[in-house]
Design a protein around this ligand. Structure first.
Ligand code: 6GU
Length: 230
């Protein structure tokens, strides 16, 4: 999978060199390129923002550098079928495991990290005439810019790309894959600070273990996230 990120803070994405994402990149499973939006400006101050038409607080990102940056990352061959642009925004549709699964099937994702009050809307409208555009939110709270949100999305999507997670079974048994939260996990020792591992897990009865884990998933989901059971 090819991933392009456009941001005024390219150094932010150093975290993608670490751990599972770093390994996937070195193995060639994820081809990630980070682009500095300011490289697509032409004035001495490398200006990327300006005051909003109509007034109001904050600054809006100007369309020209974004247009040039997206021309560069889309190339000549981009179509709505082969390229998806993701615009991180608290005004977007919710990012879920189902969305991550859909995006993990795409050959080329482009992430546009806005700062200030956002990007001139024409950038998004123009891009939508060339590629598939999705405005996506991480949740109902506000971040200063798209960088943290994009890092989270790339980790959630990247680990679903075949080969990135070594043991595919660990993907099917985790929270949200079956609409429920995960069951609690235990390892050795069997007793620690007076607390015992649930005896069913020590018995080797795989039917009983599966039933107990499913019960735990339902109990935990009812207690913590009853909205998921509706
Ligand atoms: Cl995707 N971006 C920003 N800036 N804030 C957010 C968000 C995204 N999701 C939740 N808050």
């Amino acid at each position: 999978m090819r991933i392009d990120i456009v941001s005024i803070f390219p150094e932010f994405f150093g975290v993608l060199d670490i751990s599972l994402m770093g390994k996937a990149r070195r193995q060639g499973l994820l081809d990630v390129a980070v682009h500095d939006l300011r490289d697509f400006t032409h004035d001495r101050h490398r200006t990327v923002d300006d005051t909003p038409y109509g007034g109001g607080a904050g600054m809006v990102m100007r369309p020209e550098p974004w247009g040039e940056a997206l021309d560069h990352v889309f190339g000549d061959a981009a179509t709505p079928e082969n390229t998806t642009m993701i615009v991180p925004s608290p005004a977007g549709t919710p990012f879920t495991q189902a969305v991550a699964r859909e995006l993990a099937l795409e050959p080329h994702l482009v992430f546009t990290c806005g700062r200030y009050e956002g990007i001139d809307q024409r950038v998004v409208d123009h891009a939508a005439s060339r590629v598939t555009v999705r405005e996506i939110s991480l949740g109902d709270y506000v971040l200063n810019g798209g960088e943290v949100a994009v890092t989270a999305m790339i980790e959630a999507i990247g680990r679903l790309v075949p080969g990135v997670v070594g043991n595919p079974a660990s993907l099917s048994e985790e929270s949200h894959e079956d609409g429920l939260l995960e069951y609690p996990s235990y390892t050795k020792p069997a007793t620690w600070r007076g607390l015992d591992v649930p005896p069913v897990l020590l018995g080797g009865n795989h039917g009983a273990i599966s039933a107990w884990r499913h019960e735990q998933q339902i109990e935990r989901t009812r207690r913590v996230r009853p909205d998921l059971l509706d």
